[in-house]
Design a protein. Structure first.
Length: 392
């Protein structure tokens, strides 16, 4: 009999966000509602393909001449256009690479930091859950900084600024550039200026995770932090994703940027390429070429910008709808309505979340919901179920 090498292999807990999606998909109830998934959903509950993306893909089909490998660092024009999108210029003092989505950018940067700058990395409390997993898997020491009070559903900005004045020099500070996930609470431009001032004064290394550019207050305002930090001359790290901003979820299109003002930028680029080579060798081409075809063409770029703004306005409208129709359930109405992006906490107990699942309404255990899971067709059912459970 052959030896059973794998009979003692154990399992790992499933990712809650993905598990909620699986539960929703298996639910036979035709009135089921998914408030947990982190994607853009239109009024019909569908995730559309942008018109700008369709036009870019048509252009590629008609003009693409080869399916050969991209370079290890990815498509050069894609990287140039991404730099311009983030920094308003091509940015020569930047080590850059195309990555497998924003998550891939986070992991490659984390691997680089473990090799070259093995300091603690601080993430907000709370943050996107996978931040902890990605950075821990890379061997970094992950700590948290105060950001949100779950009892009052308000920010802890005062505590955060106090933290900045005492954290150790060289510490890595993971910052959500816009549309904080999961709270939706962002810093103001004045607050970003103050964060920059402290980082410069105390020798902190800012690390921006930007996954929702344009979906908070528009492209210009949403890139304020990363562009302002870049123009100040500070060295910093950026993980950027096109998943949400172009609805390119399954194409896995992202980029990493490391701003380096010393003579070592070429050496840094070589190490990043080595990390990528030993992981997945080369990035896929299609999604990056779609991005490149949109950003490098004024007509397609204008169409994309218009569509991003439509997405942004829908999130604003759905926040207002939720506040109006589910008002008695939202203990922090002002903060909820003023939050940016897809996510906020509803502020209900886990017990209530589990009761909602029995009614085929799905959101995360901590009550984080995607406001775009709500639409004009399902809001009446949401209101009815919430009212019945409250008074039942």
């Amino acid at each position: 009999m052959a030896h059973l090498f794998f009979e003692h292999v154990g399992s790992q807990p499933s990712d809650l966000v993905l598990e909620i999606g699986r539960m929703w998909a298996k639910d036979p109830n035709p009135e089921k509602i998914n408030l947990g998934i982190g994607i853009f959903l239109d009024e019909k509950g569908k995730c559309p393909v942008l018109k700008a993306v369709k036009e870019a893909e048509t252009f590629l089909v008609e003009n693409e001449l080869s399916k050969t490998y991209l370079p290890i660092e990815g498509d050069a024009l894609f990287l140039e256009e991404t730099k311009r999108l983030l920094f308003s210029e091509n940015a020569p003092q930047v080590a850059a690479a195309q990555t497998l989505g924003g998550t891939g950018a986070l992991r490659v940067i984390a691997d680089y930091l473990k090799l070259e700058w093995n300091h603690p990395i601080y993430v907000s409390d709370p943050t996107w859950a996978n931040h902890h997993g990605v950075f821990t898997a890379a061997g970094l020491e992950v700590k948290t900084y105060p950001y949100y009070d779950r009892t009052t559903y308000t920010s802890k900005k005062k505590e955060f600024f106090d933290f900045l004045e005492h954290v150790g020099k060289g510490s890595i500070l993971l910052l959500h550039g816009c549309c904080h996930n999961p709270t939706g609470i962002d810093f103001t431009q004045k607050e970003w200026d103050h964060i920059l001032e402290i980082c410069l004064k105390r020798g902190l290394l800012p690390f921006f995770d930007i996954a929702y550019l344009g979906l908070g207050e528009g492209i210009e305002k949403d890139r304020y932090a990363v562009e302002t930090f870049y123009k100040s001359g500070i060295e910093m790290l950026v993980a950027f994703s096109y998943s949400k901003t172009m609805d390119l979820y399954k194409e896995r299109v992202g980029a990493l940027m490391i701003v380096n003002h010393s003579h070592t930028v070429d050496a840094m680029q070589s190490t990043i390429k080595q990390i990528i080579r030993r992981n997945y060798s080369n990035p896929p081409a299609h999604g990056a070429l779609v991005v490149q075809a949109i950003l490098s063409d004024s007509k397609r770029k204008k169409l994309w910008l218009d569509e991003v703004e439509e997405h942004r306005l829908r999130s604003v409208e759905m926040r207002a709808l939720i506040c109006n129709e589910l008002e008695s359930w939202i203990r922090h109405k002002k903060e909820f309505q003023e939050a940016k992006g897809f996510f906020s906490y509803l502020g209900i107990s886990k017990e209530m979340v589990l009761k909602l699942r029995e009614e085929s309404i799905y959101l995360l255990d901590d009550s984080r919901l995607n406001v775009l899971g709500v639409n004009g067709s399902n809001i009446a059912r949401l209101k009815e179920v919430f009212s019945r459970l409250k008074h039942g």
